[in-house]
Design a protein around this ligand. Sequence first.
Ligand SMILES: Nc1nc2c(ncn2[C@@H]2O[C@H](COP(=O)(O)OP(=O)(O)OP(=O)(O)O)[C@@H](O)[C@H]2O)c(=O)[nH]1
Ligand SMILES: [Mg+2]
Ligand SMILES: [Zn+2]
Length: 293
Amino acid sequence: MKGRIIKGVGGFYIVRPSNEKKEVMSKARGVFKKEGLTPLVGDYVEWDMLQDNTGIITDIYDRKNSFIRPSVSNIDILLIVMAFDRPLYDMRLLDKLIVTAEQALTDPVIIFNKMDLEKPGDRETINSIYKDLYPLYFVKGLTGEGIEEVRKTIKGKTSALTGQSGVGNSTILNRIFKEEKAETGIISHKSKRGKHTTRHVEIFLYDEDTEILDTPGFSSFETSMEDGHRLSDYFIDINRLQKDCRFRDCKHVNEPGCRVIEAVKEGDLSESRYSSYLEQLKERELFEKERFK
Ligand SMILES: Nc1nc2c(ncn2[C@@H]2O[C@H](COP(=O)(O)OP(=O)(O)OP(=O)(O)O)[C@@H](O)[C@H]2O)c(=O)[nH]1
Ligand SMILES: [Mg+2]
Ligand SMILES: [Zn+2]
């Protein structure tokens, strides 16, 4: 039978059979471990019912994509959540999450939450960097303001919420559903961070063809490094410009005739995005060095 893994808890996987609303507690066949394959929430699987009414996953269908963190698969949209404050938004982190989405061929959608904590100038800055790059929404999870636009964007798609602990991933999920589906936490007074309330990835079925995944917020984040592409391919603004660089393998750091550097000087490429690019480039080069030591 065909089904989908909608949640994983302590070695078990909850499988939702196709065309049925029920949930079956399942184990994975031992052979997956041997093959180094870990079932992920989001996987489409082949499964059988055992005599004790638990399930056994026998096969995993090819994935459209998969992520290490959040560890999910078969996602159409990555809903990247930042908060205006508590915790304070971070463009370096946002650009990393965007690269992660681009690597997995998933559409990034940016959500700025906690509009009530917005400071003068915040929105201008955010708009000036991202408005022309990706869908960008400003919301208030507390009241549901701005959520209708998000609801329209995710219709008919599988979307995963991701962001630092405490930005309001689960709150936004609840506002989308207009129902308290997921548990939400509090913000630590001292650190202004979340308390890791969401512990597991879970798929929530919004309607027949719309799914939303809540994922545990994180406190730090690293992009995966192993892939053959150039980092600049995943920065859509830099990617657009780099064909006009003098050298085909231009890294856009200090090369003569670099269109990207020129664009920063002329104000055609945001300094913030370019800083993120340089920072990630450095991290990658460090990683490569370590690997071949
Ligand atoms: N001021 C303000 N607080 C909000 C808003 N939206 C959510 N919060 C609060 O932020 C806190 C954390 O919300 P959660 O939804 O649990 O955060 P999360 O991102 O799911 O965090 P983890 O599950 O720990 O990863 C809660 O106290 C929410 O009430 C908002 O629009 N404004
Ligand atoms: Mg949560
Ligand atoms: Zn260049």
